[in-house]
Write a protein that binds this ligand. Structure first.
Ligand SMILES: O=C(O)c1cc(=O)[nH]c(=O)n1[C@@H]1O[C@H](COP(=O)(O)O)[C@@H](O)[C@H]1O
Length: 309
C-alpha cells in the first residue's frame, strides 16, 4: 500500500491527506435537520448527519487527493452508530479509490495489539471464515509499550501489504512533556524515531518502508532532524492549518525525491465553509468550499517545495 500511496501522491502532485474529523458542530444545519427528521435527535441521527457530511466532502475532493484520514474518536463519541458511520466512511473512500489512514492510535500489550491489528488492518477468523472488519489501509499506532506492542501490527501489515504511522513527535502543545525529555544525551523522540526506522527496515516498498512515523507540523526543527533519523520512513504530518503549521515549515519533512511526507489537514478542509476566505460558499455549498481549500493547500505546499529547491 505504501507504493500505491507514493504513486498517487506523484500522479496528483498532492502530498496531502484530508482528515475526516466530523464534529457535529461542523455539519451544516440543513444536513443535520434532514438526519434528525429521519432518525430523531438520537445517536443514530447524529451518526447519519456526520456520514452525509463526509460523503459530500469526499464526493467534492476525491479526484484531487491521494488519501483520507478518518479520526475514529469523532465517530466513537456517537457509540455503535458512530462506528457504523466510520465503517461506511472507510468503505466509501475505498470505492472512490482513496487510500484510507485509520487514525485509531492503538497500541497495547502484544496479545491486545494483535487483536487491534486484526480488527483494523487484517482479517479475523470466525469459525471457518476469515473476515475483514474495518479494513483501513494504514493505522496510527502509539509506541509507548515498546516493541512487543508494535510487532503484531507490523506482522499484520507484512501479511496484508498495509502500513502504520507510529507516533514519534506529536503536534500538540504538551508533546514535549515526555517526548522531548533527554535520555542518554538525546531527546526521547529521537530514540523513538530510530526505533521506527529499525522496525521498518525489513518492511520496504519500492522506495519507502510501510512502517511510517507521525511528526507534527508544529515542530519543524525536530521534523528536520527526524527526517534524517528515519530516511526511509514515510512521515504523516498533522498540524498544518488549524494548529498553526505553515507550508514553509514543512519542506524539511520531505526527501529530495519530493516524497517521504504526507501533510494532513482536518478542520481546515472539512469546516472550510465556516471561515474566511471560504465563507462566501455558504453552508449549502460546504463541499465546494472544501474543494477550494484542498486546491489552495496543494498549491501552498507545492509553492513551498518549489521555493526550497
Ligand atoms: O496521528 C495524528 O494524526 C495526529 C498526531 C498529532 O501529533 N497531532 C494531530 O493533530 N493528529 C491528528 O491530526 C488531526 C489534526 O486535525 P486538524 O488540527 O483539524 O487539522 C486530528 O485528527 C488529530 O487527532
Amino acid at each position: 500500500m505504501i507504493n500505491v500511496l507514493c504513486e498517487k501522491i506523484k500522479k496528483l502532485n498532492a502530498p496531502i491527506v484530508v482528515g475526516l474529523d466530523p464534529m457535529l458542530s461542523y455539519v451544516p444545519e440543513h444536513v443535520v435537520k434532514k438526519s434528525f427528521e429521519a432518525y430523531g435527535e438520537t445517536l443514530e441521527g447524529a451518526a447519519d448527519a456526520i456520514w452525509q457530511f463526509n460523503k459530500e466532502i469526499v464526493d467534492s475532493v476525491y479526484d484531487l487527493i491521494p488519501a483520507v484520514k478518518p479520526q475514529v474518536a469523532m465517530y466513537e463519541q456517537f457509540g455503535v452508530e458512530g462506528m457504523k458511520a466510520y465503517k461506511k466512511t472507510v468503505d466509501y473512500c475505498h470505492e472512490k479509490g482513496l487510500v484510507v489512514i485509520g487514525d485509531v492510535k492503538r497500541g497495547d500489550i502484544g496479545s491486545t495489539s494483535a487483536a487491534y491489528a486484526v480488527g483494523h488492518l487484517g482479517k479475523v477468523q470466525v469459525g471457518s471464515r476469515t473476515l475483514s472488519a474495518f479494513n483501513e489501509d494504514f493505522a496510527t499506532v502509539n509506541p509507548y509499550l515498546g516493541t512487543d506492542g508494535i510487532k503484531p501490527f507490523v506482522d499484520v501489515c507484512r501479511e496484508e501489504k498495509k502500513g502504520l504511522f507510529i507516533l514519534v513527535k506529536t503536534s500538540n502543545p504538551s508533546s514535549g512533556e515526555f517526548q522531548d525529555r533527554i535520555i542518554d544525551g538525546r531527546p526521547l523522540y529521537e530514540w523513538v524515531g530510530e526505533k521506527v526506522a529499525e522496525w521498518g527496515a525489513d518492511c520496504m516498498g519500492d522506495s519507502y518502508s510501510y512502517i511510517g512515523a507521525v511528526v507534527g507540523a508544529t515542530y519543524p526543527e525536530m521534523g528536520k532532524v527526524l527526517r534524517k533519523v528515519m530516511p526511509k520512513s514515510f512521515i504523516l504530518v498533522p498540524g498544518y492549518g488549524a494548529q498553526g503549521g505553515k507550508a514553509s515549515d514543512l519542506v524539511h519533512y520531505f526527501n529530495e525525491d519530493g516524497l517521504g511526507a504526507i501533510v494532513n489537514s482536518s478542520r481546515g478542509i472539512i469546516a472550510a465553509y465556516k471561515k474566511e476566505p471560504y465563507a462566501k460558499f455558504g453552508p449549502e455549498h460546504f463541499g465546494e468550499a472544501s474543494r477550494q481549500a484542498v486546491l489552495d493547500m496543494i498549491a501552498d505546499i507545492d509553492g513551498a517545495l518549489q521555493a526550497a529547491k
